[in-house]
Design a protein around this ligand. Structure first.
Ligand code: HEC
Ligand code: HEC
Length: 295
C-alpha cells in the first residue's frame, strides 16, 4: 500500500472516530443529535474555507514563480508541473471511505431517525390494522377493497375499473386479444409464480389469433386445437392449476397479490409495485372487490 492510501485510511478512521465520539460520548441530547452534528460540520467547513482562502490570497500577493515548466506553451503562457497536493488527495479519498461507512452503518450510530420512527409507527399501525381485520367477511372485504381501489387504483384504472380507454388494464374483462398475443410472442417473467417464467410460445399466425380470441372471449365454446399447448400450465379451464400459473379467465387472489407485489409491464404499459404500500388484508380486499367488477 502506498503512503497516500495509508494517509487516506488514517483520515477516514479519524472521521469515523470523530463521528462515534460526537454521537456517543459528547454531552448531546441523543434523541436528536443530527442538528448538532450538522452545525458542527458547517462550522468546521466555514473555518477551513476561511483558512484556505486566506492562505492563497496571501500567497498570490507574495509568491514568486518557481518550479519546473511543462513543455506546452499557449501563446507564451506556460504551466508548472505541480504535484497533486497530498492533503487534498488523502482527504478526498478518506472522505469517500468515511462516506460509505456513514451511509451503510454509521448513520447516526443507530440513534434516533425520523425515517426510522415513521417506519416503526407505520409497522405498529399495520399490525393493529391486521389484527382488527383478522377474519373479515366478504362484505367487509368488498367495501374495504372498493375504498382502497378508489384511492390507489382508480387514477389509472378508472372509477369503474374500465382502464380509462386503454390507459391501463380493463378490469371488467380479463384480457384483450392484443395482450394475449403479446404474451404468446414474448413470454412473461415478472409475476413471481412458483413455476417461474412462461417462455415465448411457438404458436403463430392463425393459431395464435385463434388462441388469443378464445382467451380474450372468456374461453367460451370449444377451444381451438392450438390451445392444447397452454393447458399443461394454465389448466384446461384456464384457471392456472391452483395457483401454479396465472388464471387467464379471472382475477383470483394469487394473481392480484402477485401483480401488486411485483408490478407489471405489458402490452399496455407499466404498473408500479404496491409492495410497501398495502397490507395483506388490503391486497385480499382488492382481490375480492376486483372480482365484483363486471363489464
Ligand atoms: C410452461 C408453462 C406455461 C405454458 C406452456 C404457457 N404458460 Fe402462460 N404463463 C405461465 C406462467 C408461469 C405465467 C406467469 C409468468 C410471469 O411470472 O410473468 C404465464 C403468463 C401468461 C399470461 C399473462 C397473464 C397475466 O396476467 O399477465 C398469459 C396471457 C398467458 N400466460 C397465456 C398463455 C397461453 C395463451 C399459452 C399457450 C399458447 C400459455 N400461456 C402457455 C406458464 C405457461
Ligand atoms: C400508474 C398507473 C397504475 C396504477 C396506480 C395501478 N395500475 Fe394496475 N395496471 C396499470 C397498467 C398500465 C396495467 C397494464 C399492464 C400491461 O399488461 O400492459 C395494469 C394492470 C393491472 C392488472 C392486470 C394484471 C394482469 O396480469 O392482467 C391488475 C389486476 C391491476 N393492474 C390491479 C391494480 C390495482 C388493484 C391497483 C391499485 C392498488 C392498480 N392496479 C394500480 C397501471 C396502474
Amino acid at each position: 500500500m502506498n503512503s497516500l492510501m495509508v494517509k487516506a485510511l488514517a483520515f477516514s478512521a479519524t472521521l469515523m472516530i470523530a463521528t462515534v465520539v460526537v454521537v456517543k460520548y459528547m454531552n448531546v441530547d441523543l434523541s436528536d443529535p443530527i442538528n448538532y452534528i450538522t452545525i458542527l460540520g458547517a462550522a468546521a467547513i466555514a473555518f477551513l474555507t476561511f483558512g484556505v482562502a486566506a492562505k492563497y490570497i496571501n500567497q498570490m500577493k507574495t509568491d514568486k514563480s518557481t518550479g519546473e515548466l511543462a513543455n506546452e506553451s499557449w501563446d507564451g503562457i506556460g504551466e508548472y508541473k505541480n504535484e497533486m497536493p497530498a492533503g487534498w488527495a488523502y482527504s478526498f479519498l478518506g472522505t469517500i471511505i468515511w462516506g460509505v461507512w456513514y451511509w451503510f452503518s454509521g448513520y447516526p450510530l443507530n440513534a434516533f431517525s425520523q425515517i426510522g420512527q415513521y417506519n416503526e409507527e407505520v409497522k405498529a399501525y399495520n399490525t393493529k390494522f391486521e389484527a382488527a381485520f383478522a377474519n373479515p367477511d366478504q362484505a367487509t372485504l368488498t367495501a374495504m377493497g372498493e375504498s382502497v381501489f378508489l384511492v390507489q387504483c382508480a387514477p389509472c384504472h378508472g372509477e369503474t375499473g374500465d382502464g380509462i380507454s386503454g390507459k391501463a388494464h380493463d378490469l371488467t374483462n380479463r384480457m384483450s386479444k392484443e395482450q394475449v398475443l403479446d404474451v404468446i410472442a414474448k413470454g412473461s417473467n415478472q409475476l413471481g409464480y412458483a413455476m417461474g417464467a412462461m417462455p415465448p410460445m411457438l404458436a403463430q399466425g392463425a393459431d395464435a389469433e385463434a388462441i388469443a380470441a378464445y382467451v380474450a372471449g372468456g374461453m367460451q365454446g370449444a377451444a381451438p386445437a392450438a390451445f392444447a399447448t397452454c393447458t399443461s400450465c394454465h389448466g384446461a379451464d384456464g384457471k392456472g392449476n391452483n395457483g401454479a400459473a396465472p388464471s387467464i379467465v379471472g382475477y383470483d387472489e394469487t394473481l392480484i397479490s402477485n401483480v401488486l407485489e411485483h408490478g407489471k409491464k405489458g402490452a399496455i404499459g407499466a404498473m408500479p409495485s404496491f409492495k410497501t404500500r398495502l397490507t395483506p388484508v388490503q391486497e385480499k380486499a382488492l382481490a375480492t372487490y376486483i372480482q365484483t367488477i363486471k363489464g
